[in-house]
Design a protein around this ligand. Structure first.
Ligand code: HEM
Ligand code: MG
Length: 236
């Protein structure tokens, strides 16, 4: 079947984004993870997740193109260029300065994996707690980490992405099992009972979920490190 899950082969390009890696593993994006254009990525996100091509995704797609010297295409690995979209204090990848900012890292993922104990779901409150805990831990592991307002917003959006795509787009409540399969296997948890949201993820739903995360995250967040001014790396 066209959208069957298939593990990537040794020559397939994969990167730091569990969402896009998953779409490639299911053939919504080219399975080789290469030659991706802005329209291709926006269509794949809509088809796979009912995620509308709203501003934040259009911007992400355009920044994806800045992550490479090509003017037309990017690959999933290109997205790992530090300082364009890729950033420190990820949920499931190490920092560039610590070695591998691309591949899934179970030790780092443990913070999210073990969050919201006693419940079988994650929500905006637990997501913000995870972001705060990752920052506390990573400041010890990587004292030079970059943590400006840009990273604050990127991280908040990414957490809203996994909650919205794997859970209820209105409430931001997502079953743990679904989120774990997305990160750990880069697979759509169809066998586990996940279904593509019938309600589109749009500015209203995502704005609500990300807004709740930002309020809770910001209560314990301040910029830190030597770099205090947000910046975007414009080319490799
Ligand atoms: C992280 C790119 C759409 C989920 C990332 C990162 C990049 C990226 C470069 C790495 C940031 C980092 O953690 O350092 C993109 C682009 C997109 C896109 C270019 C579309 C134009 C999506 C979608 C989802 C998603 C639709 C839905 C599940 C995530 C999550 C992370 C992430 C959860 C955080 C991973 C972590 O912290 O370990 N994305 N992404 N992304 N992305 Fe995407
Ligand atoms: Mg990162």
């Amino acid at each position: 079947r066209a959208h069957q899950w298939k593990a990537p082969g040794p020559n397939d390009s994969r990167g730091p984004c569990p969402g896009l890696n998953t779409l490639a593993n299911h053939g919504f994006l080219p399975r080789n993870g290469s030659n991706i254009t802005i329209p291709i990525v926006l269509q794949a996100i809509d088809e796979g997740f009912n995620f509308k091509p709203i501003e934040v995704l259009r911007t992400a797609a355009k920044l994806g193109l800045l992550s490479t010297d090509s003017v037309d295409f990017f690959s999933l690995t290109d997205l790992a260029l530090p300082g364009t979209l890729e950033h420190d204090v990820s949920l499931s990848r190490s920092d560039f300065a610590l070695g591998d900012n691309i591949h899934f890292n179970e030790t780092i993922f443990a913070t999210l994996n073990n969050s919201n104990p006693g419940f079988d779901f994650y929500n905006t409150t637990s997501a913000a707690q995870v972001l705060n805990q990752r920052l506390i831990d990573d400041k010890i592991a990587n004292p030079g980490l970059i943590n400006t307002l840009k990273e604050f917003f990127l991280r908040s959006f990414e957490s809203a992405f996994y909650l919205s795509v794997m859970g209820n787009v209105t409430t931001g409540v997502a079953p743990k099992k679904f989120v774990q399969v997305l990160f750990q296997e880069e697979r759509l948890p169809l066998e586990e009972g996940w279904k593509r949201s019938e309600i589109p993820i749009d500015d209203d739903t995502l704005g609500n979920v990300v807004g709740q995360i930002e309020i809770a995250y910001s209560a314990n967040w301040a910029p830190s490190g030597e770099v205090i001014c947000p910046w975007i790396r414009l080319e490799p």
